[in-house]
Design a protein around this ligand. Structure first.
Ligand code: MG
Length: 391
């Protein structure tokens, strides 16, 4: 049976991989709607290849450019929040791949859930910012929320067929990022390009910096807490540089179930799209003798303070993870722009968390409010650091 899908964030790393999976299995997957940001040239090529009914760009200028590029071949083209909503709620789509980077992914993902779509969730912020609200809505609408993150896909598979009440802990693995073996002094001076040079995973710039700081793992701990209903004190992180064991679940009899595979995002993407079925030959086969050796280490929490900040936010209040995430987005942008140093990222997040009241996440607007205030706070801190650096 063919499944119709919409993709939010089609020109990003996950979007492109999703389309590769769809192109390999045209009998199983049919793309009906695409939303992208500003990469209109790539979006035009995707429209020609997949013939979706509805597409959307971030801006009106982008939409006009796309119309000009496609001419008579153009489908329905929208832009901005309304355009993204049309893609998220496209009537023919059964599953929506949520792959917009950052907090901007929350609203269209929410709208897709409201429209009764199953969600293949790559956007971490949806659960980090609004976990309790989103899960309530998922239950109310009776939709499926399937993780498109190698760690959570691994945990989901390691839980299948086992009893939840017998879970002792979830162990998320982390590659450790490109700075794993550096000392603190050298990390303090790391350049943007060095931090972007990830050893095992090929991802976009924001998430690659998050991997270097380990905030990516912090966000994944928060996500795992919501997805699998396990308290933070029973979610652990260990470093595994080869990225072959994608995560594991330890049961109370002491046995551990892990999921292994080559590090390729197409695996969790395809699994989410066709769950509980598996498509054939999605990724290269795992050749363990060739891999040879799998290593595991403790996380150095002094060198990588972002991980503990995520645990702290989860313990603070329902709104605190949204604050953490917003401050991190602004700080990472500033780091990528060369305006702050590596350890300023964690310092800014720490300061913004301290300044913020937090509180319960009553509704989506409370979350978006906390997000906006945290962004303002983080921007002020970035400006102050910039001033100090110039002065
Ligand atoms: Mg991951």
């Amino acid at each position: 049976m063919t499944k119709h899908l919409a993709i939010l964030g089609s020109t990003g790393s996950i979007g492109v991989s999703t389309l590769e999976v769809a192109a390999q299995h045209p009998d199983r997957l049919c793309v009906v709607a695409l939303a992208a940001g500003d990469n209109v040239e790539l979006l035009a090529r995707q429209v020609r290849a997949f013939r979706p009914e509805v597409v959307s760009t971030r801006t009106a200028e982008g939409a006009a450019k796309l119309r000009a590029l496609l001419g008579a071949e153009a489908p329905v083209i929208g832009h901005g929040d309304e355009g993204a909503r049309a893609v998220a709620q496209c009537p023919r789509a059964r599953i929506v791949v949520s792959a917009i980077v950052g907090g901007a992914g929350l609203l269209p993902t929410w709208q897709a859930i409201e429209a009764g779509k199953d969600i293949a969730l790559a956007n971490k912020e949806t659960l980090v910012m609004a976990g309790a609200l989103v899960l309530r809505e998922v239950q109310r609408r009776g939709v499926r929320l399937l993780p498109v993150d190698s760690e959570h896909a691994a945990v989901m598979q390691s839980l299948e067929g086992h009893r939840r009440e017998e879970v002792r802990r979830i162990v998320l693995t982390a590659s450790g990022g490109p700075l794993r073996t550096w000392d603190r002094e050298r990390i303090a001076r790391v350049t943007k390009d060095e931090a972007l040079n990830h050893p095992t995973w090929n991802m976009g710039p924001k998430i690659t910096i998050d991997s270097a700081t380990l905030m990516n793992k912090g966000l994944e701990v928060i996500e795992a807490h919501w997805l699998f209903d396990v308290p933070p004190e029973r979610i652990d992180v260990i470093i595994h540089p080869e990225s072959i064991v994608h995560s594991m679940v330890e049961y109370h009899d002491g046995q551990v179930v892990a999921q292994l595979g080559m590090p390729d995002m197409k695996a969790p993407i395809a699994y989410a799209l066709t769950y509980p079925e598996r498509l054939p030959d999605v990724v290269p086969r795992l050749d363990l003798p060739r891999v040879g050796r799998l290593n595991f280490h403790e996380v150095d929490r002094v060198k990588f303070p972002c991980l503990d900040l995520a645990y702290r936010a989860l313990a603070m209040s329902e709104l605190a993870p949204a604050v953490l995430n917003a401050a991190n987005e602004i700080a990472v942008q500033a780091f990528l722009g060369g305006r702050i140093g590596f350890y300023d990222i964690s310092q800014i997040i720490d300061d913004v968390l301290m300044m913020t009241a937090g509180g319960p996440a009553k509704d989506l607007s409370a979350v978006l409010d906390a997000d906006a205030r945290a962004r303002d706070g983080a921007r002020e801190l970035v400006a102050r650091i910039g001033g100090e650096r110039r002065g």
